[in-house]
Design a protein around this ligand. Structure first.
Ligand SMILES: Nc1nc2c(c(=O)[nH]1)N[C@H]1C(S)=C(S)[C@@H](COP(=O)(O)OP(=O)(O)OC[C@H]3O[C@@H](n4cnc5c(=O)[nH]c(N)nc54)[C@H](O)[C@@H]3O)O[C@H]1N2
Ligand SMILES: Nc1nc2c(c(=O)[nH]1)N[C@H]1C(S)=C(S)[C@@H](COP(=O)(O)OP(=O)(O)OC[C@H]3O[C@@H](n4cnc5c(=O)[nH]c(N)nc54)[C@H](O)[C@@H]3O)O[C@H]1N2
Ligand code: SF4
Ligand SMILES: [Mo]
Length: 708
């Protein structure tokens, strides 16, 4: 190899929502180094230890390079054998067509996982297949994640993607609930290098207040850490709102002319006193009132909550209360508050606003959101007989066996399907059940545009990356697989199907039609992004209301009937009598269930441990390293105890995404670091009744010494 062949490529890291800009140096088909791109206007050179996984994904020998078919062996075991693409695509399309013809469209189930939104071709082209299969049985990771955010954006602002984004660099007071961006690198808040931004907030005299049952990596940087009983945040938020209203601290500022419904809120929160909230949350009434005072009197303040408050039994109520707090203090759409983005490809204009409850799931009657049903009901929709039962399942970029509650029941249910196909690069806990696995090209073999995450970013920027490596002739990108299947299914069903242009053509069109496109001074298009490989800076977030609202009369009506109704559910709720409450935990070197197959990311001490408080450990007689059994109404797993002051007494924490080394999986390193699946303990029947979102945090559990 000669020096001359070394090339530096600009590339976004697609592994998490921070979308860091990278410089990847290659020599022939090898990656030599991965560094942060200092010229990226958003990430400014930041990267985390996970960026190197881009190389590991690309070179992983376990990653499938051709379609495989599951074949039953003489001894009863299953073996995946490679088959050619035409055979794989024909077989999958025939299975889809047959079940639609025999059993109707709802007999097809679809589950799309998290990497879908990190891979823009999957977003632009999934419709090439699914528009021919208008099944009601669509599911995604949304309903084990951010569903309440979408709902609240729909209710208050008129569009599922109008997310208020914390303007951390210009704020004075940041109240953060149930988020750990130091480990997660931010979520529904694209904020690369959040550590530096938090440090500069506190250095300039601002405050970060973190509310979490665990003193997390983020809490350790805070000015004030507040421990809270899992699942009780709604009480805290409502008491803060009440205090602000009762004391007369409401100041709508620029929102004055278009916010309505305040009277209804004032009477609805009357019952949520700081004293009652104190009983429910474990936080003193004085402390709650202090937070209310500080928030209301700060020049610019942010309230933000993420997984810990979305994926609990009052997820939607919490997310609503968070935005009500931002609005009542005039901190929405204001510098240093929570602001709306104006992305170059404007997904708010390009997608439907979303709808809620237009139909329900067949068995448990859980509500639809944006034509999707809650993932918690996927297993029962497979196993319960009757019209509309799922018989053929398509999974794409998802591992619901490890990522959805009562995962072990879904694991069993998948065995009952007539046919299953997975669009996925690996044979894992979910895809091992597939009849056929269709593996896409490696991420570095296709181009990249952050269609989803510019929508959530704390600064408006745009960036496009061409592929780094050429794909093999026979290999197909995710979007090409959707296209190929779509054409075959349409043909089989006698429907029209026109091929869609490539994703980059769609992006070029979106850029030209967008707010910085042909009708603007910037004249942004794909060619310009190609000339600026580190990305184009479109500036800090700016106030956009009321113009950007998609609500009737461009008003924000705080008095959402479904939410006000939900207050009664909270008031009438009874505490569980289980001794412990189970929460999750993320580590900076993991990403959900699929980053455990890379040696550099799993090395070090075992991370799949049950974190318990020393007081609990001592009372129960558990020592670090002891095996305990964690049991809920849904199931039980065994894990080793890790004793830590970080976690509140009465709360235990187990990370999700483990539970590897099951029969038939082919992820060699992950299988050596198997751990157990937290979602074998979380319960599909435990959810937020308002939104249908899974409650995977605050799950009541019993913990006992495991038998040796
Ligand atoms: N208990 C508990 N459960 C949780 C959570 C929690 O905090 N606690 N978190 C929840 C959250 S926030 C989420 S987002 C979900 C995630 O839930 P899922 O999306 O279902 O699970 P992932 O682990 O992200 O699995 C991603 C899958 O995509 C595949 N994949 C990776 N890259 C590509 C690609 O480019 N193309 C294709 N076709 N496939 C690809 C991987 O092999 C893997 O099978 O889990 C949720 N589950
Ligand atoms: N390293 C890493 N980064 C990731 C991921 C990953 O798996 N690993 N996953 C990505 C994905 S898909 C997502 S959605 C984001 C998630 O991003 P975040 O939401 O920032 O990440 P989590 O670590 O899930 O943070 C949730 C916090 O809520 C706390 N919590 C649990 N229950 C409660 C409660 O009842 N009340 C309150 N107030 N807090 C509670 C937990 O202790 C935890 O600290 O991270 C993304 N980034
Ligand atoms: S923070 Fe996220 S986007 Fe940035 S390098 Fe790490 S994994 Fe990639
Ligand atoms: Mo997520």
């Amino acid at each position: 190899m000669s020096e001359q062949q070394k090339v530096i490529h600009h590339r976004a890291c697609h592994l998490c929502e921070a979308i860091c800009g990278l410089l990847i140096e290659t020599q022939d088909d090898q990656i030599i180094s991965i560094k942060g791109d200092p010229d990226d206007p958003l990430s400014r050179g930041h990267i985390c230890p996970k960026a190197v996984a881009l190389q590991d994904i690309h070179s992983d020998p376990d990653r499938l390079r051709s379609p495989v078919k599951r074949v039953r062996q003489d001894d009863g075991s299953d073996e995946f054998v490679p088959i050619p693409w035409p055979e794989a695509l024909d077989t999958v399309a025939s299975a889809l067509v047959k079940t639609v013809q025999d059993n109707g469209v709802d007999s097809v189930g679809v589950y799309l996982g998290n990497p879908t939104v990190h891979n823009y071709g999957m977003m632009t082209h999934q419709g090439s297949l699914f528009r021919h299969l208008r099944t009601r049985n669509r599911f995604s990771a949304t309903s084990v994640d951010q569903l309440p955010h979408h709902l609240v954006s729909l209710w208050l602002f008129g569009h599922k993607l109008l997310f208020p984004i914390p303007d951390i660099d210009r704020t004075d007071y940041f109240l953060m609930l149930g988020a750990n961006p130091i480990a997660s690198n931010g979520s529904i808040w694209t904020v690369p290098d959040v550590r530096k931004r938090i440090k500069s907030l506190t250095a300039r005299g601002g405050k970060l207040v973190v509310v979490d049952p665990r003193r997390t990596e983020t809490a350790s940087l805070s000015s004030d850490y507040i421990a809270i009983k899992p699942g009780s945040d709604a009480w805290l938020l409502l008491a803060i709102i009440r205090t602000i209203m009762v004391k007369g601290w409401v100041r709508l500022r620029n929102l004055q002319d278009f916010v309505v419904g305040l009277e209804a809120i004032e009477s609805a929160v009357e019952r949520f006193t700081p004293e009652l909230a104190s009983e429910k949350t474990g936080i003193s009434a004085e402390h709650i009132e202090q937070v209310a005072y500080d928030f209301a009197h700060a020049d610019a303040a942010i309230c933000y909550g993420r997984m810990g408050v979305s994926t609990q039994r009052y997820g939607a109520l919490c997310q609503w209360a968070i935005q009500v707090l931002n609005i009542l203090t005039g901190n929405l759409d204001r510098e240093g508050g929570s602001m709306f983005t104006l992305p170059a490809v404007d997904q708010v204009e390009n997608t439907t606003p979303g709808g809620f409850g237009r139909h329900s799931s067949r068995v448990s009657q859980l509500p639809e959101f944006d034509r999707e049903l809650p993932a918690s009901v996927l297993a029962e929709e497979i196993t319960t007989e009757g019209e509309g039962q799922i018989r053929v399942l398509f999974t794409g970029a998802g591992n619901p066996v490890l990522s959805t509650p009562s995962g072990h029941k879904l694991d069993d249910a998948l065995e009952e399907l007539d046919f299953m196909v997975s669009l996925d690069p690996w044979i894992n806990e979910t895809t091992r059940h597939a009849d056929i696995i269709l593996p896409p090209t490696s991420p570095l073999e296709h181009d990249h545009y952050d269609l989803a995450f510019h929508v959530n970013a704390m600064r408006n920027t745009a960036r496009y990356n061409p592929p780094i490596f050429e794909k093999a002739d026979s290999a197909l990108h995710d979007w090409e697989i959707f296209e190929a299947l779509g054409q075959r299914v349409a043909e089989g069903l006698g429907l029209d199907s026109k091929p869609s242009p490539a994703p980059e053509v769609i992006i070029d069109f979106g850029l030209k039609a967008g707010p910085y496109g042909q009708a603007s001074a910037e004249q942004l298009d794909l060619a310009m992004l190609k000339r600026n490989p580190s990305g184009v800076d479109l500036g800090p977030l700016k106030p956009l209301l009321p113009g950007r609202l998609k609500t009737p009369a461009q008003q924000i009506d705080l008095a959402v009937p479904a939410v006000l109704h939900d207050l009664e559910r909270l008031l009438n709720d009874t505490d569980s009598d289980a001794p412990y409450s189970l929460i999750g935990r993320r580590h900076v070197r993991d990403c959900n269930s699929w980053m455990h197959n890379f040696r550099r990311l799993v090395k070090g001490k075992d991370r799949c441990t049950l974190m318990v408080n020393p007081v609990d450990a001592e009372r129960e007689g558990w020592c670090a390293g002891d095996d305990v059994q964690i049991a809920s109404s849904a199931g039980s797993v065994r894990a080793k105890v890790e004793v830590s002051e970080e976690i509140m007494a009465g709360v235990v924490s187990l990370p999700h995404g483990y539970g590897h080394n099951r029969n038939g999986t082919k992820m060699t390193i992950a299988n050596d670091h198997a751990g157990v699946s937290c979602n074998d303990v979380t319960d599909a029947r435990y959810f937020d009744a308002l939104s249908g979102n899974a409650a995977i945090n605050g799950v009541p559990v019993h913990v006992t010494a495991a038998e040796s």
